[in-house]
Design a protein around this ligand. Structure first.
Ligand code: PAF
Length: 277
């Protein structure tokens, strides 16, 4: 695997690379990322990963500073997964001057759910991904469905800018007890780690209830949040939404494909998860 700290070096190496498949990450790679890398291999000739902890998508007071940076261990995993090129720029390389030109997702995508609790987050994500797309110029890109709203926002961005990039989803990878793999799981104390799978169990309960015919979504959401609170969590939201645009589902008529999403704080760690229904 070639490691490129500079845009110029990466661009030179990718000349004549054939169909490029791109997997952007912020590093601290776990099996969820590695599953994406292996899937990428099946979609093109040349797999490019990136590792960059993007300051633009963190708000002051979030975990930008303490976000785990584990480049050496990440490289070993990427080599084992058969990745061809890693783009790992410094902040000076990617943002040599403050980034003033920004990609602003529409409020109905960016200010709901995660965006309500992390204002500006999706502007930061869309901006860095647009810039990475411009640098790597891939024909396909993979994003995990664990960040469901991110997948929706980036798919819409690619569609609305008519970028010639196929956006491919990766399934969420879970620990045997159901906890979705996430770099932030590393922040959990042993007691919190034991409690954490409750989030998944609660989502599974909501999904089961909806599959069983319940349509009182607001009640289901309130009950789920109360159960989290009763076990020491601070829930931001539990929400049943339409998969396509994450808006509230219709109250009558045919039901479109749904997803239930949640975010909640356990101690100082904020976890998110979702389940398609
Ligand atoms: O999902 C992530 O790790 C990040 O949001 C991404 C897509 C790499 C942009 O920084």
């Amino acid at each position: 695997m070639q490691i490129h700290p500079t845009i110029a070096g990466l661009r030179a190496a990718l000349k004549d690379a054939g169909r490029i498949v791109f997997v952007p990450t912020m590093g601290n790679l776990h099996d969820g990322h590695i599953t994406l890398m292996r899937k990428a291999r099946a979609h093109g000739d040349c797999v490019v990963a990136s590792i960059f902890v993007n300051r633009l998508q963190f708000r002051p007071g979030e975990d930008f500073e303490k976000y785990p940076r584990t480049l050496e261990a990440d490289c070993e995993k990427l080599v084992a997964a058969g990745v061809d090129h890693l783009f790992a720029p410094s902040e000076e390389e990617l943002y040599p001057t403050p980034q003033r030109y920004l990609v602003e997702p529409p409020v109905e995508h960016a200010n709901i759910l995660e965006g309500e609790f992390r204002p500006g987050h999706f502007r930061g994500v869309a901006t860095v991904v647009m810039k990475l797309f411009s640098i790597v110029q891939p024909q396909a890109a993979l994003f995990g469905k664990k960040d469901y709203q991110q997948f929706m926002v980036l798919s819409a961005m690619v569609r609305e800018f008519a970028l010639p990039i196929e956006v491919i989803p990766g399934e969420t990878v879970r620990a045997p007890d159901g906890l979705a793999l996430s770099s932030r799981n590393g922040y959990l104390s042993p007691a919190e780690r034991a409690e954490a799978p409750r989030l998944y169990r609660i989502l599974a309960g909501v999904a089961e209830a909806v599959r069983g015919g319940r349509r009182d979504f607001a009640t289901l959401e309130t009950e789920a949040m109360a159960e989290l609170s009763a076990h020491g969590w601070l829930p931001d939201y539990v929400a049943v939404r339409q998969r396509i645009d994450l808006q509230s589902p219709p109250t009558e008529g045919p039901m479109p494909p749904l997803v239930v999403l949640a975010a909640a704080r356990l101690g100082t760690t904020r976890l998110i998860d979702n389940l398609e229904i």
